[in-house]
Design a protein around this ligand. Sequence first.
Ligand SMILES: [Fe+2]
Ligand SMILES: [Fe+2]
Length: 179
Amino acid sequence: MLGRIGYRFNQFRFGMFSVYDSADEKLARASLSDQEYSLFDQLPPFEKKHAVVVARKMLIFSVRNPELDREKLVKLGLLHDIGKVMERNSVMTKSVMVIIRFFLPGLYDWLAERGKVDPRFKRFYIHKHHGAVGAQLLEEIGVSGEFLSIIKKHDPRVEPFGPADPIELKILRQADSTY
Ligand SMILES: [Fe+2]
Ligand SMILES: [Fe+2]
């Protein structure tokens, strides 16, 4: 419990004070296609920064596991939360949603389900299912195959890790679990 509160506090602090800088931008530009980058560029700066932090952790994993596709790992880091371009949340709005999810999970799930059909709660649906939303956005620009299923399943709160799931999903979840 304390660990989860600490994680959320760090997430908030990260969102408020981290700066997406020119080195981050350079990594994103160099690693993404034009279409992928134009989606990425729609993320708010704090989400871009988070994606770059995850991508850098993926890079470290790729050095330790040279048999894995380095480019794919970095792209997974950069694009794993791409569904959040549909949320259009500020740090504050996002923090309120995270607090509701943390303290009132039943209400959060109810709002997320309502959000499927009710535009007033759509941001809750997108927040909970940003993996699936992101996979759909990437599919629309021609991304295909396993990459999409990893993006779709990257949030362990939505779906547990299965025996048939690829190692890249496990690595992504690990890289995504700290701020
Ligand atoms: Fe995510
Ligand atoms: Fe993430």
